[in-house]
Design a protein around this ligand. Structure first.
Ligand SMILES: Cc1cc2nc3c(=O)[nH]c(=O)nc-3n(C[C@H](O)[C@H](O)[C@H](O)COP(=O)(O)OP(=O)(O)OC[C@H]3O[C@@H](n4cnc5c(N)ncnc54)[C@H](O)[C@@H]3O)c2cc1C
Length: 484
């Protein structure tokens, strides 16, 4: 009997470990609930709920193939090896199969599980599945990890020209095992259930992920490059939560996009090229996580920026978290996060830069708050995004190029539709006033005054970066990323 240990790969189709386990003989699946570990990782309650709903959907799909899904409890990952070993002994398992996960705690857990199982004569097989390329396989000529995205992308293109990662078939139905599936919990203690309206936005299951992917590719992909920066438009795929949970794979996304663009990833439709670019950013940050494990330990990618004089400003931090900064685009974005568990990418950059530059608050505060609320919370992408915005990361925004939230607002939400969607109290303002209701004569009882002066706080941030002891390092970042 084979055991497939499911983690962030909650799908039947194109699942490397599941297909490998099923190819070797009858198999059983297991999922470990680990609330203490999830809490330590700041996983959001809406994210845990989304995972459980997807797991329930997968359990039904697995049952049709006679693959039972068992649920075991390992509150902390330290307990995972012994919980797995007990199960393997109970079921007389020959080998455990799992898709690789990246991050220091994940790697330590898997190494320990493999060691513990192998010591008892049980094989442990791990597979590349969450990424297109194995971390460590896309390197510079001198054998180190890429630190500049455009160079990484070029190397990925060369690999894709040689061969495309292949899709893997779902396993065939097996003979009944006589083992009964466990009920998937609908709730885990310590993680409150999200609102029904949030749940409705994110239906569970592989069919939903496929539907989103197909709809996006058919209707939006060609316009992605020109539409993706406007938060009032449905210009992006909204697949991130499904990718993080592994309900859809990056290979499925890549193949769907290529099919719409005659197999081209470097030319043809600008929308396709740009979207594949974003899939490669996802890839890049996961490679960074493995190549530079310090980013997994709350450390800045650029060590010299550890000396930045971040401000301790609890009231301003609270205003940012609670969407009452008095800057409509920031507050609207934060309300979107709080109410839907998701925020548009353009706005993630804008609110992150506002927190780390205008408020000069440590990026780790924002990173943590995002994780605690995002349905698509992902260590690599979240850390990468925060360090990009704070100019402490690899291939980051240069520290002297700050976004001005008002110009961002006027440029990307010109008519104020996004702002009004999330801040209905500003509905009566016209499209000029709505970006800055208190900037002129529009004193309002129902909306706060801005908590910070944008030009003074900009100067304060520049000064803090200028004062870094080795600022030339922070300044020289060759940036291949042209976001403005
Ligand atoms: C401060 C900050 C924090 C972020 N935190 C997360 C996070 O926790 N989880 C997460 O998945 N993404 C994160 N991102 C990246 C990006 O904002 C989201 O992936 C994107 O908004 C998801 O929407 P979508 O699925 O419609 O994306 P699309 O535009 O349709 O892109 C397709 C996919 O590409 C990947 N992708 C897109 N942009 C990026 C990027 N900049 N970095 C890495 N991958 C990317 C995602 O998997 C996404 O689903 C963060 C970005 C910033 C600036």
């Amino acid at each position: 009997m084979q055991l497939i240990w499911l983690r962030s790969d909650l799908r039947l189709n194109d699942n490397t470990a599941l297909a490998a386990a099923a190819a070797r003989g009858p198999c059983v699946a297991v999922y470990l609930t680990s609330p203490a570990q999830w809490r330590a990782h700041d996983d959001a309650p809406c994210k845990i709920d989304f995972w459980l709903r997807n797991l329930a959907s997968l359990s039904t799909a697995l049952a049709e193939l006679n693959i039972p899904l068992l649920i075991r409890h390992a509150p902390h990952w330290d307990q995972a090896p012994s919980v797995l070993l007990t199960l393997c002994r109970e079921l007389n398992i020959e080998a455990v199969h799992a898709n690789e996960e990246y991050g220091v705690n994940e790697a330590r857990r898997d190494a320990e599980a493999a060691r513990c199982l192998k010591a008892q004569g049980i094989d442990f097989h791990s597979y590349l599945d969450q990424l297109l390329f194995k971390p460590g396989s896309v390197l510079t000529r001198t054998g180190s990890y890429f630190q500049v995205f455009s160079q990484f992308r070029k190397a990925c293109y060369s690999r894709l020209h040689l061969s495309l990662p292949k899709l893997i078939r779902a396993p065939a139905r097996q003979a009944p095992t006589g083992i009964h599936s466990d009920l998937v919990p609908t709730e885990v203690e310590g993680f409150a259930l999200p609102s029904d309206s949030l749940r409705t936005l994110w239906p569970a299951g592989e069919n939903e992920a496929r539907r989103r992917l197909d709809t996006f590719v058919d209707q939006h992909l060609d316009f992605y490059q020109s539409e993706r920066d406007f938060p009032a438009k449905p210009g992006t795929s909204q697949l991130s939560a499904y990718l993080v949970t592994g309900v859809v794979s990056p290979r499925q996304c890549l193949h769907a996009a290529l099919q719409a663009n005659q197999g081209e990833f470097e030319s043809g439709s600008a929308g396709t090229v740009t979207w594949i670019n974003e899939l490669l950013w996802r890839e890049f940050y996961k490679h960074i996580l493995v190549g530079f494990p310090r980013v997994s330990r709350h450390r800045a990618f650029r060590p010299e920026t550890e000396a930045l004089a971040w401000r301790n400003a609890p009231e301003e931090l609270a205003a940012w978290k609670q969407a009452r900064t008095g800057l409509p685009i920031i507050d609207a974005a934060m309300r979107q996060l709080l109410e839907t568990g998701w925020m548009h990418n353009r706005l993630r950059m804008v609110v992150a830069m506002f927190l780390t530059k205008n408020l000069l608050i440590d990026w780790r505060e924002g990173e943590r708050f995002f994780m605690q609320h995002l349905i698509d919370g992902d260590l690599a992408a979240n850390n990468g995004g925060w360090q990009w915005s704070a100019s402490t990361g690899t291939d980051s925004a240069p520290w002297f190029r700050l976004f001005n939230p008002l110009s961002q607002s006027e440029k990307f939400d010109r008519d104020g539709l996004f702002i009004k969607r999330w801040l209905p109290e500003l509905n009566d303002l016209d499209k000029q006033q709505v970006h800055n209701p208190l900037g002129g004569l529009f004193d309002r009882p129902d909306y706060p005054a801005p908590i910070v002066n944008l030009s003074q706080s900009r100067e304060r941030a520049l000064e803090a970066f200028r004062n870094l002891p080795t600022r030339q390092h922070a300044m020289t970042g060759k940036t291949g990323d042209q976001r403005t």
